[in-house]
Design a binder for this molecule. Structure first.
Ligand SMILES: *[C@@H]1O[C@H](CO)[C@@H](O)[C@H](O)[C@H]1NC(C)=O
Ligand SMILES: *[C@@H]1O[C@H](CO)[C@@H](O)[C@H](O)[C@H]1NC(C)=O
Ligand SMILES: *[C@@H]1O[C@H](CO)[C@@H](O)[C@H](O)[C@H]1NC(C)=O
Ligand SMILES: *[C@@H]1O[C@H](CO)[C@@H](O)[C@H](O)[C@H]1NC(C)=O
Length: 427
């Protein structure tokens, strides 16, 4: 074996040939190489995560990025060296114990973890912050630079401190803002607020003030959290409200902030489409014309009034210009906006008349019909009737017209992931 290596003229090791004169020297050299190799492997900056060490790792680190991979997945193979280099760079930038770890989980040997994290594609990059396992994923570019930037952003302070009341008054509220008035920064309740804020950093704005500055804004020796909604949004039920729950419960505080900051109706675009589609809920979409935003407000009001508790679907607004492809597919164009439709990821169903969203119960029935299978049934009925040309039904009279889903194309792409096949009910 050793001989063969030395016989190869182009082998790197041949450069050392002259120094190696005896069998013992060769043995030393080989041992040296093996040790080097082992060190290099053990020095890997990416931690191998198993069901045994997962708990300890997520609990003792502020941020953990977990790559769920398999050895046979081509995209996982491409990612591995990039992830390794990113981990090394990140480790240099953030050497502190307890700040950030990049870990990898072999889904072939760690089936339990793969199930627990609901892995449907490889590689899936899950984000765990402050021990809180969420369903958030890293969906950015898979480059060393992008991973480093992501970690830098995630480790930055999610809370902006205000140093004067004017600064607070002039702060941009955006879609909503949570403000904390704290006795001191070293308070356990502030620590809890900071943890929740870091998880929700992309969904809300967060501010905090401390000590004397906030003395008149809170009861003595107590901390207060308030939510301020977007003052320009007429639908904001509670423009101003105070948190009355447990200030040290990460769960309770997360639920409250989630409820306050995440609107019932969200905007879909190409950046968030993959994530929204992976939530797995059918989309109820309003396609609007961006030069006429009235229908967007109307849609939001209607959902707020009639469907605030509907949690089987995602309510979304879509710029009809940006999403003209699915519109076109339903036989509609920008001139027909506003258009309401359901996309179940199998079919798209057109809601017959936009104006009917104001009729209490009509949109709800449309959604109920999706889940009871009526929409799907009607679709096949209409199709059959159409195919039997003796039919006297005017095609325009068909019950809600169905088309093949177009939004399923926005789901995780097979050009980026190895997808695991899991069949769904046809809605
Ligand atoms: C381990 O990796 C770090 C960072 O990549 C490097 O600075 C260090 O020299 C390596 N240690 C060994 C023993 O190779
Ligand atoms: C980091 O923390 C872990 C667990 O607390 C400990 O085992 C390890 O020795 C620490 N490493 C450094 C460099 O402090
Ligand atoms: C608040 O939540 C924390 C953490 O969940 C818990 O330990 C504590 O008992 C709770 N306090 C009250 C008053 O419920
Ligand atoms: C995925 O599952 C469906 C339904 O079980 C099956 O018809 C289809 O052939 C499967 N596709 C692949 C690629 O395995």
């Amino acid at each position: 074996m050793v001989h063969r290596i030395f016989e190869e003229p182009n082998n790197v090791i041949s450069g050392l040939k002259m120094k190696v004169t005896s069998g013992a020297d060769i043995l030393i050299l080989v041992t040296f190489l093996v040790v080097q190799l082992t060190l290099a492997v053990e020095n890997s900056s990416v931690v191998s995560v198993t069901s045994e060490n997962l708990g300890g790792i997520v609990e003792s680190n502020e941020l953990v990025l977990l790559s769920f991979y398999t050895n046979w997945c081509r995209f996982s193979q491409i990612l591995a060296p990039i992830f390794e280099e990113a981990a090394a760079r990140i480790h240099q930038k953030f050497p502190d114990n307890g700040s950030v770890v990049l870990g990898k989980i072999d889904c072939d040997t760690e089936e339990e973890l793969s199930d627990k994290f609901d892995i449907l594609k490889y590689p899936t990059l899950k984000i765990v912050r402050n021990g809180l396992i969420s369903n958030q994923e890293y969906r950015g570019q898979r480059s060393v630079e992008a991973f480093v930037q992501f970690v830098e952003k995630e480790l930055s302070d999610p809370i902006k401190e205000f140093h004067s009341i004017d600064e607070l008054k002039n702060a941009e509220v955006g879609d909503g803002m949570v403000i904390g008035y704290f006795v001191s920064k070293a308070h356990v309740e502030y620590d809890c607020y900071r943890k929740v804020a870091s998880v929700m950093r992309n969904d809300c704005r967060f501010m905090a003030g401390f000590g004397e500055l906030t003395k008149n804004l809170r009861p003595p020796e107590k901390n207060v959290l308030i939510f301020r909604g977007d003052p320009s949004d007429p639908n904001h039920k509670d423009y101003y409200s105070e948190y009355s729950g447990n200030m040290t419960s990460l769960r309770d505080l997360s639920v409250w902030i989630h409820k306050k900051c995440l609107p019932l109706v969200r905007e879909i675009n190409f950046d968030n489409a993959e994530e929204l589609s992976e939530e797995g809920l059918p989309f109820v979409l309003l396609f609007y014309n961006k030069h006429d935003m009235g229908p967007v407000q109307e849609f939001k009001t209607a959902i707020q009034r009639q469907l605030a508790d509907e949690n089987r679907v995602n309510f979304l607004t879509a710029d009809g210009e940006l999403f003209k492809h699915p519109l076109y597919h339903m036989g509609k164009s920008v001139g027909d906006l506003p258009v309401v439709a359901i996309d179940s990821f199998v079919h798209m169903y057109l809601f017959p008349r936009f104006e009917d969203i104001h009729q209490p119960g009509v949109l709800k029935k449309f959604i109920d019909d999706l889940f009871s299978g009526v929409l799907h049934f009607n679709f096949h009925l209409a199709l059959e009737a159409y195919e039997k040309s003796e039919s006297t039904i005017d095609p325009a009279e068909f019950p809600p017209v169905a088309h093949e889903s177009k939004f399923k194309e926005l789901r995780p792409s097979k050009h980026r992931y190895t997808l695991i096949n899991r069949s769904r009910d046809e809605l």
